[in-house]
Structure formats: C-alpha cells, structure tokens
Design a protein around this ligand. Structure first.
Ligand SMILES: [Ca+2]
Length: 204
C-alpha cells in the first residue's frame, strides 16, 4: 500500500515542476530547447524529404511511359486472301486512332470465269442480264452507296464495312478488331490475294 501511494506521490511530484515550464513556453530557454530538438536530427529530416521527392518523381515519370507502352503505334503488313470471308488482322484499333491502309498491291479474281484483276481499288460495273448493278453488295457508309463486288473492303468489329480504295486514311469511330476481305458472297470460286500495309497511330 505504501509503495503504491509513494509511486503516485512520486509521479505527482514529478508532474508538478513541469507546469511552470509549460506556462513559460514563450520564454527564451524553452524556445532554444525546441530548436535544439529539431537540430538533433537534421540529417534524418533531409534524407526523408529527398527520398520522398525521388519516390514521387520516379512514380510520375514512369506513369506516362507505362500508358504509351501499353498502346504502341502499329505498322504491319497483311495479306488478304480472295477465297476467305472476313480475315482478322489481329489488330485491335481504338476509337480515335488514326488508321492508314496503303501500299495495296496484288491481284485476285472474284470468280473462275473472271480474268485476274487488280481492280479491287476501282469501280467495277458488274451488271446482271438487265444491266442493273446486281453485283453490289456491302453498304459503304462513306459513299452512301453499295460497294461493287470484287473490291477490297474493311471492317472494325462488327460495324458496317467500308471500301478501302487506292489508299485510305481515317479516324476510327469505334473500337474493335480490324478485318479485311473481298466484297463477295461466294468465296469458294475466288483466287489470288492482296497485300497491304496497316499503320495505326494511337490517339492515347
Ligand atoms: Ca466469288
């Protein structure tokens, strides 16, 4: 009992001298003590600030590199077979990407009875026995007309196909896989192939 009460008394007696010290905080000795406390570890403070700054700068510097690295620009060659339906390039474009399709060369035929031709980029006036443009199939949104058969057409995802022409540069209005094929219905009687170059400049 006596020990505990002594301890309490001791604590009380220790606290008592602190009170005047706190009330006299503005006095010059207390101030000097405060500055001395900061001055005791200046190196640790400096190292901490510098380390934090380096960590933040490193994080900020690596961020844009990571974003650009995840969507690199593309410049690839691709061959479109005449005797196959939609052929995916394996390239996924994103809305806003600037896409160029160029260096289009090769020959293909739309049917066994048609001579080999490179008219994939030109207007073909196939007509039925009445003279009507019966050989126009897929709708071409840029021209507002139906694309003639035998022409090279492209598609993003499952959106409306469009004619490529001699060379095409456009901004993707949708995101999806870029595919090509001949504008045709029956691919079994086709022959040949068209090679081209695809350049994709990412919007971000
Ligand atoms: Ca055909």
């Amino acid at each position: 009992m006596s020990d505990k009460s002594r301890e309490t008394k001791k604590l009380g007696s220790l606290e008592t001298p602190d009170i005047p010290s706190t009330t006299a905080y503005a006095s010059s000795p207390s101030k000097e003590k405060g500055w001395r406390n900061w001055g005791d570890h200046p190196l640790i403070v400096v190292i901490g600030v510098v380390a934090s700054a380096i960590a933040i700068i490193t994080a900020l510097a690596s961020l844009p590199i990571h974003i650009i690295g995840s969507t690199p620009n593309i410049d690839e060659a691709f061959v479109v077979q005449a005797n196959k339906d939609w052929q995916s390039t394996g390239i996924t474009v994103r809305r806003g990407d600037l896409i160029t399709i160029r260096d289009i060369t090769g020959t293909w035929t739309i049917a066994a009875f048609v001579m080999p031709s490179n008219s994939f980029t030109e207007t073909q006036n196939f007509t039925d026995y009445r003279g009507n443009p019966a050989w126009s199939l897929d709708y071409d949104p840029p021209t507002g007309k139906y694309a003639n058969m035998g022409r090279l057409i492209a598609q993003i995802g499952n959106q409306n196909p469009f004619v490529v022409g001699n060379e095409l540069e456009f901004e993707a209005q949708t995101s999806g896989s870029l595919s090509f094929r001949m504008n045709d219905r029956n691919f079994d009687n086709n022959d040949g192939s068209i090679s081209l170059r695809i350049i994709v400049k990412r919007s971000q």
